[in-house]
Ligand binder design. Structure first.
Ligand code: K1U
Ligand code: ZN
Length: 173
């Protein structure tokens, strides 16, 4: 297992649609392990393959927040939202590709998602609460969409300018 560098917005790979994985290879299993390590180290509650520069439809997440609860690392290959609730919920989202920027985003409160497991099995689950917000945020990454795309243009431009500056500073350091 190895940590991988996380791409920072703006980057064309974060605006691209990722390609279906299809059958799960050893390379995909290794990528999933690396992504979990990278997510826990960040720390974060989710990570999508395009954020580490791989344009494949793979995401990892673990939204267990309670310290007395065991972790629940999840790996979703080729996830698809097959049902969304009419009820909406608002959550202040962040993104590991847009460090230190947070904004309220409204999304369906519950979603049902189907995916393939790393063992190649068909899986399905209804997510609510933070899990629902996170899985939608991560599937957006697979479609080249960022949470700032839901914001007003001025706010989005302001955040993008801050990220350009941050990348310039990091490149100089
Ligand atoms: O996809 C990502 O960039 C990861 C992102 C996921 C996410 C956060 C909030 C709402 C929806 C999706 C993050 O994990 S940002 C970091 C974060 O939320 C966090 C970090 C440490 C402890 C708890 C949360
Ligand atoms: Zn993100």
């Amino acid at each position: 297992m190895a940590k991988r560098p996380i791409l920072i917005h703006p980057d064309p790979r974060l605006k691209s649609e990722a390609a279906p994985v299809g059958s799960v290879s050893g390379e995909i299993k290794a990528l999933a392990a690396d992504m979990l390590e990278t997510m826990y180290d960040a720390p974060g509650i989710g990570l999508a393959a395009p954020q580490v520069g791989v344009l494949s439809r793979l995401l990892v997440m673990d939204c267990v927040k309670e310290e007395d609860q065991p972790p629940r690392p999840m790996v979703l290959v080729d996830p698809q939202i097959v049902w969304s609730s009419e009820e909406q919920s608002v959550y202040e989202e962040g993104c590991l590709s847009i460090p230190d920027q947070y904004a309220d985003v409204e999304r369906p409160a519950e979603v049902e998602v189907t995916w393939t497991s790393l063992e190649g099995g068909a899986c399905s689950e209804r997510f609510s609460g933070l899990w629902a917000t996170c899985v939608q945020h991560e599937i957006d990454h697979l479609d080249g969409r960022l949470f700032i795309d839901y914001l007003k243009p001025l706010k989005r431009q302001m955040i993008t300018r801050k990220m350009v500056k941050l990348k310039r500073e990091r490149a100089r350091a």
